[in-house]
Design a protein around this ligand. Structure first.
Ligand code: NAD
Ligand code: UDP
Length: 339
C-alpha cells in the first residue's frame, strides 16, 4: 500500500514514515523543505534500509500533486505539510492561511481528480481553544481559537467536514495532536526547530546542550498543580503509531473520523524540567517570567475514543520522552545542521 505523505520529512512526518515502513506501508513523500532538511531521508534510510520516494515541491502546486498521483497508485494521504508556529502566524496570517488552508484545498482537489478519497489530517488540540472542562473529549466545543495558526486548523477541519457532507464516500480522519515531544530512540531523527524554539521541550533541550542560558518559564500563577502551565505531552513515536492505527482501521472506511492523540495526563512546565534534568544528569537553570500572551492554563486529552475505536493508546512514559529528546539533542547539538 502506497501512501502520499505531505510534509513527510518534518518532525512528526519523519517519525511516521519510519513507523509506516516498519508496518509494510510505502510512504511517497512530498515536502518543500521550508522547515526540514534532506538529511532526514538519509537517516530514514539508515534506520529502515529503505529510501522513500521523495518529491521536492509544494502542496499548493496542483500540477506536482497530479503528477505524483499519476506516477503512483496511492491509496491514502497523510497531510502533515503546513506552517506551525503560533507566534509567526500572528505576524504572517496570510502565509499561514495560504499554506495550511489553501494547501489542504489544492490537495483535496487533486485527490478527487485522481480518485483518492482517504486522508488523515494533522489537526491540533488548539482547535479546542481554552477548554472549560478537562479532559477534553472529541465532542468538546471547537472554534474559539486564539491565533491564525489555530484558526487555520479549525478552518481546514470545517472544509473537510463539509466535503464529507457533500461527498460521503470520502474517509477523512482528523487527528488532534496534543503536545508531541521526544525523538526516535536511535537519536538519528528528532525535532530541529529553526531559530529560537517556540515550544517547551526543544527549548529545554537547547538549555541542556548549552545553546541557551536558561529556560524562561512563562508564568507561575496559573490555577494548576504548581502554578505553571499544564499540557498533555505525548511521545512522537506514539503519535506516529496513532497514524498507522488510523490508516489501518478507519483509512478505508468512509466517514468523518475524529480522534485526540494524547496520553490523558497533564504535566506542568516544572515537571517537564525535572524530567529533563533527570535525563541529562544536570540541574537546568530557569527564571520565572510573566505569562505568554494567548496561553491557556491547562489542557489534556480524553483518550477513550482512540482506545476504543483505533485500539491505540500512548505507551511511552514521560522519562522516555525526556531521555529520547536528550539522546537526539546531545548527539546532534545543532540538529541536522551537524550533518
Ligand atoms: P514540521 O515543520 O517539522 O513539518 C512540516 C513539514 O512540512 C516540513 O518538513 C516542511 O518543510 C513541510 N511543509 C511546510 N509547508 C509546506 C508546503 N506548503 N508544501 C510542502 N511541504 C511543506 O512540523 P511538525 O511538527 O512535523 O508538524 C506536522 C503537522 O502537525 C503540521 O501540520 C502541524 O501544524 C501539525 N501539528 C504539530 C504539532 C506539534 O507540536 N509539532 C501539534 C499539533 C499539530
Ligand atoms: N513554555 C514556557 N517556556 C517556553 C516555552 C513554553 O514556560 O520557553 C510553557 C508555555 O507557557 C506552556 C507550556 O510551556 O505552558 C507548553 O508550551 P508549548 O509552546 O510547548 O505548547 P502549547 O502552549 O502550544 O501547547
Amino acid at each position: 500500500m502506497k501512501v502520499l505523505v505531505t510534509g513527510g520529512i518534518g518532525y512528526i512526518g519523519s517519525h511516521t514514515c519510519i513507523a509506516m515502513i516498519e508496518a509494510g506501508i510505502e510512504p511517497i513523500i512530498l515536502d518543500n523543505l521550508s522547515n526540514s532538511k534532506l538529511a532526514v531521508l538519509d537517516r530514514i534510510e539508515t534506520l529502515t534500509s529503505i529510501r522513500p520516494v521523495f518529491y521536492q515541491g509544494d502542496v499548493r502546486d496542483q500540477d506536482k500533486l497530479d503528477l505524483i498521483f499519476s506516477e503512483h497508485e496511492i491509496s491514502s494521504v497523510i497531510h502533515f505539510a503546513g506552517l506551525k508556529s503560533v507566534g509567526e502566524s500572528v505576524a504572517k496570517p496570510l502565509e499561514y492561511f495560504d499554506n495550511n488552508v489553501n494547501g489542504s484545498l489544492v490537495l483535496a482537489r487533486s485527490m478527487r481528480k485522481a480518485g483518492v478519497k482517504s486522508i488523515v489530517f494533522s489537526s491540533s488540540a488548539t482547535v479546542y481553544g481554552d477548554p472549560k472542562v478537562v479532559p477534553i473529549s472529541e465532542n468538546s466545543p471547537t472554534g474559539a481559537t486564539t491565533n491564525p495558526y489555530g484558526r487555520s486548523k479549525y478552518i481546514v477541519e470545517q472544509c473537510f467536514s463539509d466535503l464529507f457532507a457533500a461527498e460521503p464516500l470520502w474517509s477523512i480522519t482528523l487527528l488532534r495532536y496534543f503536545n508531541p515531544v521526544g525523538a526516535h530512540p536511535s537519536g538519528l531523527i528528532g525535532e530541529d526547530p529553526q531559530g529560537m524554539p517556540n515550544n517547551l521541550m526543544p527549548f529545554i533541550a537547547q538549555v541542556a546542550v548549552g545553546r541557551r542560558d536558561f529556560l524562561a518559564v512563562f508564568g507561575d500563577d496559573y490555577d494548576t498543580v504548581d502554578g505553571t502551565g499544564v499540557r498533555d505531552y505525548i511521545h512522537v513515536m506514539d503519535v506516529a503509531a496513532g497514524h498507522i492505527a488510523a490508516l489501518k482501521i478507519v483509512g478505508e472506511k468512509a466517514g468523518l473520523h475524529i480522534y485526540n492523540l494524547g496520553t490523558g495526563q497533564g504535566r506542568s512546565v516544572l515537571e517537564m524540567l525535572d524530567a529533563f534534568s533527570l535525563a541529562c544528569g544536570k540541574t537546568l537553570p530557569y527564571q520565572i517570567l510573566p505569562r505568554r500572551a494567548g496561553d491557556i492554563a491547562q489542557c489534556w486529552a480524553s483518550t477513550e475514543k482512540a482506545q476504543q475505536e483505533l485500539d491505540w493508546h500512548a505507551t511511552r512514559t514521560l522519562n522516555e520522552m525526556a531521555a529520547d529528546t536528550w539522546n537526539w539533542q546531545s548527539k546532534n547539538p545543532q540538529g541536522y545542521s551537524d550533518c
